[in-house]
Design a protein around this ligand. Structure first.
Ligand SMILES: [Zn+2]
Ligand SMILES: [Zn+2]
Length: 174
């Protein structure tokens, strides 16, 4: 009964937005930030300097780049499965927007500059623009939240906490 009511009221747009927010949340906090602290794959592939747009936008057959992309996308796919029954159209739209945003946030590698009105609209909607994501490519401790800028501060705090945990694990025998 409750599920039927929820289904009637949750429109595709809400499902698409939920998918992107939850996907970005889990991707940032369960993969991206922990990978920066404990891993090397993402740093080696996505943060290697002077690569092409195709490399950063995961439009390549490089196995390591694809693996990093897949691990980052996995949370979105799991959320997509969970939300599918509410609105398949919403889920597909959310995934398409997410994919579009992967390409768009890397166009700085092509020399793109976001027009002011679009930058303003994104700022109002808390959407990460290419210039902000490019900061993350240059300095790995800033520019988190692949899609949403409101994950930036919590992600930085999470990174500081995980770095402390890494120190603790290094010096305190478990
Ligand atoms: Zn990137
Ligand atoms: Zn990164």
């Amino acid at each position: 009964m409750l599920e039927a009511i929820a289904r009637a009221f949750i429109c595709p747009l809400t499902v698409a937005w939920l998918l992107l927010v939850l996907g970005d949340f889990f991707s940032t906090f369960c993969y991206h930030v922990p990978e920066h602290v404990f891993g090397s794959l993402h740093l080696k592939t996505h943060h290697s300097a002077k690569k092409t747009f195709h490399h950063y936008a995961i439009l390549t057959f490089n196995v390591q780049v694809l693996l990093d992309g897949l691990l980052g996308a996995l949370p979105y796919l799991l959320v997509a499965v969970a939300l599918w029954s509410f609105s398949p159209i919403g889920v597909i739209s959310g995934l398409l927007f997410g994919q579009f945003h992967v390409w768009w946030r890397h166009v700085s590698a092509l020399g793109w500059q976001t027009p002011k009105p679009i930058a303003l609209l994104c700022q109002v909607c808390f959407i990460t623009i290419p210039e902000q994501h490019w900061l993350h490519h240059q300095k790995t401790s800033v520019g988190f939240g692949d899609i949403f800028t409101f994950f930036e501060q919590p992600a930085r705090a999470w990174m500081r906490l995980l770095r402390l945990l890494r120190l603790y694990l290094k010096y305190v025998p478990v």
